[in-house]
Design a protein around this ligand. Structure first.
Ligand SMILES: [Zn+2]
Length: 110
């Protein structure tokens, strides 16, 4: 597989994620609107905040995985399973470019 292409798409995904995390982060921490006096509105706001925080966390997790994949590329470890050392396989890497586990280890860890 073409590792230069993989690297380019990982970097593109990373930039996109960073922008997304930045946006959700701003949404969570820059509150222009005053907290609503209406109790039902307050609940809705709280639920929305929790959702946004969950999205931010998800984005950060994904970013961590992408950074990990980029490092593995640099080290020439990209196509090796970090658990058993076997070949992860091109099809699997194309489907999940930031995975570091082969299909056997991934299903074993579930
Ligand atoms: Zn494995």
């Amino acid at each position: 597989m073409n590792l230069e292409e993989v690297k380019a798409s990982l970097l593109a995904g990373k930039a996109e994620l960073e922008a997304r995390v930045e946006r959700t982060h701003k949404h969570t921490f820059q509150k222009d609107e005053p907290v609503s006096a209406n109790f039902n509105e307050q609940i809705k706001q709280t639920e929305n905040d929790a959702l946004v925080r969950a999205l931010e966390q998800e984005g950060l997790d994904e970013l961590r995985q992408i950074n990990n994949a980029l490092q593995r590329l640099e080290e020439g470890e990209y196509t090796s399973c970090s658990s058993c050392g076997g070949d992860i396989g091109e099809q699997r890497l194309l489907a999940i470019p930031y995975t570091d586990l082969c299909i056997d280890c991934a299903s074993a860890s579930d």
